[in-house]
Design a protein around this ligand. Structure first.
Ligand SMILES: N[C@@H](CCC(=O)N[C@@H](CS)C(=O)NCC(=O)O)C(=O)O
Length: 221
């Protein structure tokens, strides 16, 4: 890709989906202009124009052309900047597996993780159980490897790392310990944080907690 490429990311700092794209761009060393959306207010005309279907961030705008949906964007970034730091496995079966588990995160982990800080009482308790059961399944996928990507950090690591950034938030709202239940997963998160591009791009867990608290106050949860 030419150095003159124009890359803009429509983003919202605390978003787990936006963070995925920031991580993928950082992994590849791609420079871009970030534009922050105020998701507690009116959406910008640029966002509505670039993602008229879902009207959601993140949107990557590459030389004027929008790409929407975080996992699709990460895959796009991997294909466009394929000369460095491969994210998806080249083996078709391994690639399908990585996509399966990333889809599992979006369909099965994200909804109950959100309820940990938005729901109360019995609903919150039920979501805690669901969340732990599901991340234990995901933890099993680490097998004996250091990363979900095997020996190196890849697509599935990037898909789940933003949730690691929210672990303290989940624990504080849900009053439980993820490390007590999923020690391998917490060790994985700490290992990923040793990568310079991850520690630079992933919001600190306490900062994320403050942002989530601020967001809940703004939107009145
Ligand atoms: N499946 C989408 C989810 C994106 C998403 O839910 N974005 C939220 C911010 S975390 C958003 O823009 N919400 C605005 C709205 O729902 O109106 C992805 O992976 O990119």
């Amino acid at each position: 890709m030419a150095n003159s490429d124009q890359i803009v990311l429509l983003d919202f700092f605390p978003s787990v989906f936006g963070i995925r794209v920031r991580l993928a761009l950082a992994a590849k060393g791609v420079e871009y202009e970030g534009k922050e959306e105020d998701l507690t207010g009116d959406k910008s005309s640029l966002l509505l124009k670039m993602n008229p279907v879902h009207k959601k961030i993140p949107v990557l705008i590459h030389n004027g052309k929008p790409i929407c949906e975080s996992l699709i964007i990460v895959e796009y970034i991997d294909e466009v900047w394929k000369d460095r730091c491969p994210l998806l496995p080249s083996d078709p079966y391994q690639k399908a597996q990585a996509k399966f588990w990333a889809d599992f995160i979006d369909k099965m982990v994200y909804p109950c993780s959100k309820k940990l800080w938005t729901a109360k009482g019995a609903e919150q308790e039920a979501s805690k159980k669901e969340f732990l059961d599901r991340i234990k399944l995901l933890e099993g996928e680490l097998k004996s490897y250091p990363y979900f990507g095997g020996e190196s950090l890849g697509f599935l690591d990037i898909a789940f790392l933003p949730f690691y950034s929210r672990f303290y938030t989940f624990e504080a709202f849900g009053n439980f310990s993820i490390e007590a239940e999923c020690p391998k997963l917490v060790a994985w998160g700490k290992r990923c944080m040793e990568e310079e591009f991850v520690s630079r791009s992933l919001p600190h867990q306490h900062k994320m907690y403050d942002l989530v608290v601020e967001f809940t106050k703004k939107v009145g949860i």
